[in-house]
Design a protein around this ligand. Structure first.
Ligand code: 5GP
Length: 213
């Protein structure tokens, strides 16, 4: 088969790549994701819908789209979510419309979602890259959750309870990053993203065509 045809077959027109990032609460996932989108062009963080209370400093439609349960359930009925889950007693979901829109524009998308949401995404997005962030120990996780000062003692206890069950799911992910030293964890996280972006099947077909015609 001529090289051109082989390339056409194996390299699709460049569409946004999907990165699914999960971690127990307090592992440092949000810090890593925020830093990545600040430093890297063409990568966007998907803004989820949630029924949880807005924390101090959080902005609507920036950190989350904060909606009530009735609206959330209406969106479920209308098939508005690529995935959704109950996490720590609240509803969270990734909008299918937002995902498609960003993908069409060629953005790589980061989904900061829990393990149940990630397992749903796995069924329909075969080419997504799955990354799991872990704390070095449960003690460190506890300290980080307490130090955040954003959640009540009851919420922290619930999040710690859920952490072990979440960690057991690490085996369904492609990459596991230990966040002990933030700089090292960030370098590893960024490397995974950058390497995945230059995989052969993620390259712009038009650019290749121009090189060989
Ligand atoms: P937090 O309330 O601390 O912002 O997030 C709690 C958990 O919900 C985190 O593990 C986060 O990844 C997860 N989460 C955030 N958005 C979504 C979403 O759209 N879908 C799912 N399944 N989980 C989400």
């Amino acid at each position: 088969m001529p090289v051109k045809k082989i390339l056409k077959k194996s390299i699709a027109k460049r569409e946004g790549k999907l990165f699914v990032v999960s971690a127990p609460s307090g592992a440092g996932k949000s810090t890593l994701c925020q830093r990545l989108i600040k430093n890297t062009q063409g990568v966007k963080l998907s803004v989820s819908y949630t029924t949880r209370e807005r924390r101090k400093g959080e902005r609507n439609n920036v950190h989350y789209s904060f909606i009530d349960e009735k609206i959330f359930k209406g969106m479920i009925r209308k098939g508005g979510f690529a995935e959704w889950a109950v996490v720590h007693g609240n509803l969270y979901g990734t909008s299918l419309g937002r995902l498609k829109e960003m993908n069409k524009k060629g953005y790589d998308i980061i989904l900061d979602i829990d393990i149940h949401g990630a397992m749903q995404i796995k069924k329909s997005y075969k080419n997504a890259v799955y990354i799991f962030i872990l704390p070095p120990s449960m003690n460190v996780l506890k300290k980080r959750l307490k130090g955040r000062n954003t959640d009540s003692g009851e919420t922290i206890a619930r999040r710690l309870d859920n952490a072990k069950d979440e960690i057991r799911h690490y085996k369904y992910y492609d990459y596991v990053i230990k966040n002990e030293d933030l700089e090292k964890a960030y370098r590893e996280f960024e490397s995974v993203i950058l390497a995945s972006r230059v995989k052969k099947n993620n390259i712009d077909q038009n650019w290749i065509d121009k090189l060989i015609t």
